[in-house]
Design a protein around this ligand. Structure first.
Ligand SMILES: Cc1cc2nc3c(=O)[nH]c(=O)nc-3n(C[C@H](O)[C@H](O)[C@H](O)COP(=O)(O)O)c2cc1C
Length: 156
């Protein structure tokens, strides 16, 4: 059975956005491909919001492993759905750094969602979390917008 798990967390103080994020994206993609896990990892400049989709047992054990990772803390489960059609299956793990997106796209997010010091805050209400995830997905899929998106900001 396939599941979809969404969680949010806070990046650790030592986390270096550009370098650490890029390396993490590369290794996540490789590992997830082997396990048939797909999804996206959104970084706001402060928080992570990640979707993991795949076989339930693998999604669960990966989430346990990720929860123990010291590169972030305050991990909070947002949703866990079982027996679902994958929705983020274009990517083994698409990494999106909202803080590092070109001006117009960044402004789209800061106009629509609560933010602090130009950084989007992961919404509290579930519908708004889903809206944010769908907006990120749309931007990743929209070929017209992709040329504006820096390679380091969106990888995978
Ligand atoms: C925010 C965040 C998201 C992560 N996402 C994944 C992921 O999607 N897939 C993955 O294999 N590891 C992910 N990791 C890394 C894992 O925590 C772990 O370091 C990695 O799977 C290597 O584990 P291993 O050394 O036991 O092989 C993530 C880590 C963080 C901090």
């Amino acid at each position: 059975m396939r599941s979809r798990l969404v969680y949010k967390s806070l990046a650790s103080e030592e986390f270096l956005p550009n370098q650490d994020l890029f390396e993490m994206g590369e290794s996540c993609s490789r590992n997830n491909q082997d396990k048939d896990i797909t999804g996206i990892l959104v970084y706001t400049g402060k928080q992570f919001l990640q979707v993991l989709e795949g076989p339930s047992a693998d999604v669960n054990s990966l989430f346990q492993k990720i929860s123990r990772d010291e590169r972030h803390h305050s991990v909070e489960l947002v949703t866990f759905e079982q027996d679902v059609e994958p929705y983020f299956d274009d990517w083994s793990m698409r990494l999106v750094d909202l803080y590092d997106l070109p001006g117009e796209i960044r402004q789209f997010f800061t106009r629509k969602y609560e933010h602090e010091e130009e950084m989007v805050i992961v919404p509290k209400r579930l519908l708004d979390v889903n809206a944010l995830l769908l907006d990120v997905r749309a931007i990743c899929k929209n070929h017209d917008l992709l040329p504006f998106v820096k390679k380091t900001a969106v990888a995978g």
